[in-house]
Design a protein around this ligand. Structure first.
Ligand code: ATP
Ligand code: MG
Length: 394
């Protein structure tokens, strides 16, 4: 399989020459701005393992998103980077320096939390300036210049003399971001900063934060449990589950080539179809048999399944790779149409076949709302195969 759980994608110019590879590796290490190395963090005398074996490289100017279900260790990982938690094992390296034992204020990293914690009695200007006043002895003119620059970037320059309560939720969150930006940190750490905002504002803030990150060209580590937010924002996505990193990759790599069943199921909406099948052999040809259908596999899939005739495997296929046609078409299986859900330019069509639920995504209006039955054709070459324990086979 080509899914990749290591930190750096294999380089296309990889050679078998160990000396050359070593040189390239060490050059690569220098480029990495923040490194999380083999972090493990437990709570309650070791009985709760919040994260384990976590390795992440965050390059200069890179937008990295940590995503996973509630309790998977995202905040703990971020707090270890920030210095708010001391890991049991592993190192945090910033700009080549081991900062694992450094205090948060000595790491030059800025963070923004989900809850907006502004000082209500201070103006926006003083709120944004607060960190500069507390932690630097810059001249006043420099502090003013930074506050005004940042406020302009964030579109809140007309509100500097207001108190936080005279701002909307989105404006308040921009002030929190401004407080982080004036410090001109080496990297930004954001923990679900938009989760308290309504959906439209959240979309707008996503675009803005991505633009700001591009302009500042500083690494940003952004935590979310929302896979769609992760896909929108991340140059690199770190998918976590149960304290462990499951996969690191670009949004396209994670979407197209998940390393295991967890990642496949977690990323994408509607979720992929995950179908129990048995490997069968029919006149020398390998096929996958399911309660509703039987399909031939590709040569690549057959090579992996050859030794597994009679075994159960899970076939995973994204809804967009099911084509729906009139029920008379040959070479397809029949499914009942349960619900047609308009998604905008496309429809999600929820189907059932022999007691199994499936979903397909089709162009708008392909399946009429009153259609009872369709013929389903699967693009088997786009399917993934997993062991029943979730390990990717091919
Ligand atoms: N201070 C703590 N004491 C004890 N257990 C903790 C502490 N902080 C976190 N945990 C546990 O560690 C695990 C990881 O928690 P963490 O907050 O990192 O998850 P998360 O991925 O950020 O979840 P969410 O999406 O809900 O914010 C959870 O089981 C949590 O209960
Ligand atoms: Mg959290």
């Amino acid at each position: 399989m080509s899914g990749n759980t290591s930190n750096t994608a294999p380089s296309s110019d990889s050679t078998d020459d160990p000396v050359r590879n070593r040189q390239r590796d060490s050059a690569g290490a220098d480029e990495s701005h923040v490194r999380v190395e083999q972090i493990r963090k437990t709570f309650n005398d070791g009985s709760v393992v919040a994260c384990e074996d976590v390795n992440i490289d965050i390059d200069e100017g890179e937008f990295v998103v940590l995503v996973g279900p509630s309790g998977c260790g995202k905040t703990t990982t971020l707090r270890c980077i920030a210095g708010l938690e001391q890991p049991d094992d592993g190192r945090i390296v910033v700009d080549g320096d081991d900062v694992t034992d450094a205090k948060p204020k000595d790491r030059n990293l800025a963070f923004v939390f989900q809850s907006i914690a502004l000082f209500p009695h201070m103006t926006v200007r003083r709120n944004i300036r607060f960190g500069l006043d507390m932690n630097t002895d810059l001249p006043d003119e420099e502090k003013d210049r930074r506050v005004e620059d940042v406020a302009e970037t964030l579109g809140i320059d007309g509100m500097l003399d207001r108190k936080p309560k005279a701002l909307s939720g989105g404006q308040q969150q921009r002030v929190s971001l401004g407080r982080a930006m004036v410090m001109e940190p080496d990297a930004f750490l954001l923990d679900e900063p938009f989760s308290a905002l309504d959906a439209n504002l959240r979309d707008q803030m996503r675009v803005e934060v991505k633009q700001i990150q591009r302009e500042l060209n500083k690494p940003m580590v952004f935590v979310t449990h929302d896979q769609e937010e992760a896909m929108t924002l991340g140059d690199k996505i770190v998918v976590m589950d149960d304290g462990n990193v499951q996969q690191i990759g670009t949004p396209h790599e994670i979407y197209n080539d998940p390393t295991n069943l967890f990642v496949a199921d977690f990323i994408g909406s509607p979720s992929p179809n995950l179908l129990d099948c048995t490997v069968v052999e029919d006149g020398g040809e390998l096929r996958l048999r399911n309660a509703a259908f039987e399909v031939s596999v590709t040569d690549e899939q057959a090579a992996v399944l050859r030794e597994r005739v009679g075994d159960r495997v899970v076939l995973g296929v994204r809804p967009e790779y099911l084509a729906l046609n009139d029920a008379e078409t040959n070479g397809a299986f029949t499914a009942n149409v349960d619900v047609v859900e308009p998604l905008g330019d496309r429809d999600a069509v929820h189907l059932s076949a022999d007691g199994q639920s499936l979903s397909a995504v089709t162009p708008q209006g392909r399946v009429g709302r009153r259609t009872d039955e369709v013929a389903v054709e699967m693009e088997i070459e786009r399917a993934w195969l997993f062991e029943t324990d979730g390990t990717r086979l091919v």
